[in-house]
Write a protein that binds this ligand. Structure first.
Ligand SMILES: Nc1nc2c(ncn2[C@@H]2O[C@H](COP(=O)(O)OP(=O)(O)OP(=O)(O)O)[C@@H](O)[C@H]2O)c(=O)[nH]1
Ligand SMILES: [Mg+2]
Length: 355
């Protein structure tokens, strides 16, 4: 799972990135320079992995992680300039989802926060960036059609792109289009920004943290949203756990920035975890909700999916309640799942395969 941080300039993207990763990438108070993107993997804290490791005592323990990309700020009018082309665009395209960062702190340079207006600005920039891509391709197709280079595939692409352009012009994101399977295949290659899943981070001043109920509610009607006190939490990430905990309690922050973001990402973007266990390794994997056993196998290795026979499956809760794999088997709570089995959060899988 790879999440790209986007937002207006100086909304605190890099500060949040640092808070989440414990790194110290340079924040940019004044410079308008487009600093290169920062990349990091954020470990998803999952107590179940710790519990499983206590049972299996593996040589290696692997927690799942979420990749975070901290991108340069998107200014008004950027969609028409080069911000959404070139390197930045290539990076955004590879992201599974976007995290829209909104400034919730006052600044000398930018004045009082106006998160809802900023959100609208970003949404508009995303719509325009997609519109430019769709229109460019449409022009090429029209030219080809004029020259008589008509193929059914080109006609189909033209039809879908017209629907995309109409929607975008009406202010509707590509994700709201009702496309059939062929239409979905046609637009996949364009990697439209408004087709990507998005969540919102309100980056509040510590004095405003926890007092933004109305704003959060307005955003929450359309996006999964979480509030951070970015600068404060960046400082916290440099403290030891105990001192950090004390400061968090002062501000009424329940969990670390990392835990709040990963929980939101799993929930809003629709991911679940399954586990593989053994003496060598205990490991958590993230997959899409409703993924099948074969898709889970593919997340581990393509060979496992190719040669998939069945998945031995039992539940984390049953293992913890009954104490051992043997007890789970004796109680008849062991399941042999076929390739279409829909994997549940907390399933412990062992793939039988043959290549
Ligand atoms: N008071 C306050 N200031 C913040 C907070 N987060 C960021 N800032 C300040 O806002 C300025 C910009 O922060 P950055 O994290 O560099 O913002 P950015 O979005 O990465 O900026 P660009 O990459 O240039 O678009 C810095 O001076 C930060 O110290 C916050 O939560 N509270
Ligand atoms: Mg930055």
């Amino acid at each position: 799972m790879k999440i790209g941080f986007i937002g207006l300039p100086k909304s605190g993207k890099t500060t949040l990135f640092n808070a989440l990763t414990g790194s110290s990438a340079a924040v940019t108070t004044y410079s308008g320079g487009r600093v290169g993107p920062n990349l990091a993997a954020v470990r998803v804290g999952d107590e179940r992995v710790t519990e499983l490791s206590a049972i299996y005592r593996p040589k290696k323990i692997v927690y799942p992680s979420i990749d975070i990309v901290d991108l340069a700020g998107v200014s008004e009018g950027d969609a028409r300039s080069d911000a959404f082309s070139g390197d930045m665009m290539k990076l955004v395209r590879t992201c599974d989802a976007l995290a829209i960062v909104l400034r919730g702190f006052g600044s000398d340079l930018l004045g009082d926060p106006s998160p809802l207006a900023d959100l609208k600005k970003i949404e508009d920039e995303l719509l325009i960036a997609d519109l430019i891509v769709a229109e460019k391709r449409l022009e090429k197709i029209e030219l080809a059609l004029k020259k008589g280079q008509t193929t059914p595939a080109l006609r189909a692409e033209e039809k879908v792109l017209r629907a995309v352009v109409d929607a975008l012009n009406a202010g509707r994101p590509v994700c709201e289009l009702d496309l059939d399977a062929d239409g979905e295949t046609i637009i996949r290659g364009f990697q439209f920004l408004t087709k990507k899943q998005a969540l919102v981070i309100l980056n509040s001043h510590e004095a405003l943290f926890g007092k933004n109920g109305a704003v959060l509610e307005a955003i929450g009607a359309r996006y999964g949203v979480v509030e951070f006190a970015g600068e404060f939490e960046m400082e916290l990430s440099r403290l030891d756990d105990e001192s950090a905990r004390a400061f968090m309690e002062d501000l009424g922050i329940s969990d670390s920035a990392r835990d709040r973001l990963t929980a939101l990402a799993y929930d809003a973007l629709g991911y679940i975890s399954f586990f593989t266990v053994g003496e060598d390794e205990v490991r958590a994997w993230n997959i899409r909700r409703n993924a099948t056993a074969v898709e889970a196998a593919a997340a581990i290795h393509s060979d496992l999916a190719r040669g998939f026979i069945a998945a031995e499956c039992y539940k984390y809760e049953d293992l913890v309640a009954l104490g051992s794999e043997k007890a789970v088997k004796d109680k008849g709570k062991f399941l042999l799942a076929g390739k279409d089995y829909s994997v549940k959060d907390g399933d412990i899988l062992s793939i039988r395969f043959n290549v």
